[in-house]
Design a protein around this ligand. Sequence first.
Ligand SMILES: [Zn+2]
Length: 499
Amino acid sequence: MNLEEKVIALKEHQKKLKAYNHASSLLFYDASTSMPPGAAQSMSDTMGVISGEIYSLTVNPTFQTLLHDLYAQREMLDFQTRREVEELHLEQEKMKEVPKEEVIAMEEAQNLANYNWETAKKTNDFSVFAPHLEKLIAMKKRYATYINPGGDVYDTLLNEFERGMTKAQMDPFFDALRKNLVPLIKVVGEAAQPDTSFLAGPFDIAAQKALSDYVMDVMGIDKNRCILRETEHPFTIEFSKDDVRITTKYLEDDLTSNLFSVVHESGHGMYELSVDDALRFSVLGAGATTAIHESQSRLWENYIGRSLPFCKLIFPKVKELFPMQMEGVTAEDFYRAVNVAKPSLIRTDADELTYALHVMVRYELEKRIFAEELSVSDLPAEWNRLYKEYLGIDVPDDARGVLQDAHWAGGAFGYFPSYALGTAYSAQIYEAMRTAVDVDACCEKGDFAPVRQWLTEKIYRHGMLYTAEELIEMTCGAAFDPACYVTYLERKFSTLYAR
Ligand SMILES: [Zn+2]
């Protein structure tokens, strides 16, 4: 084969890989949204088989030779193809070290763990989940040793989600947040609190669904290519740039949980829907990194969604849907109430100010688990102790404590830190966006086309063509600086609580 033929074979391979991943994601989505409970084992078996096929596609000898050749000639390729070769080569070098049985066993164990985590959470019984969690941790330790022999296990897992990220980089980042945010949270906690009584409900679920619909329209997400469903834990999953599914959870006694979940997941969804057409069948046709992805959902959720102009825009609809609950309430009251800063139990419902502390608890625990300093049986008690220490609150049960998130059940250890990092990225991206786009005017008009265009131009369209570092540099004209995030929070919350 000459170089041109090799490139054609590479593109064909990526198309096939995309199709297998499409099928695998669809099964995961079905298992989370509509599978009958008795189907967990057979679904898990099927997903194991598909994982095995994806593995074989990645490491089969013919493809290894092709990729090896193309990697050696990468300087002769166009930019996109070169980046595809680099990504696939990196993945292949890693995966060929992991035995196929281990990959299949991990996929099956994750699916079973996920199912048992749901039961454990519903019944508030950590012991249902504990043996599955133990098994997954042991498997992840083995996995890290396969792909990075002799390396630090937790650093290897962090790198899976945010390339180049290590404990040595994350520790000072979290230290900076702790140093600046903890005193601010204390000041805010001692100030007069806004009235939030009108957010206690009950809120009719059908009316909340109408609000979700309205908010997706306001943001301008393409419903022809994106649908909303319900799951225990809201998420976004993309099958192609024409098919993105987002999920939410409705609570009768909490209006903001669904409202901001929909804004958040729509932010993730919009990113995937706006990746350039040239990357449609490419391995690069997805969000750059987990933290960059999170920066896009947080930008919509917090920086736009929880701003006064956005609250003013949507409040007439909120009032129309919930006239009794919103009787005598103004848009400003609504804005202050949705921004109440108060230490709470659930990360996904946390306010902007205390959010990073929830992530810090998980980061500390993960570090200690993988350093063999903490056992699964001691995890609930340590969780509760850290919530008391960082957030000053008592955790009443494991369902609202250690069992609240789906991540560990999915084997995603090392994922949580990217939430805090992404939120900090978005402060800097938002600042850059405001120099080019009049976001307040967009809120006044209810037209976010300029915001979507700017984000598409700077971030969305590039997919994985650039690293997180390069994207931040290109978008903001400077390297990542957590001070933007701290300054933003100080400014917003000292103004909100200065009354
Ligand atoms: Zn997210």
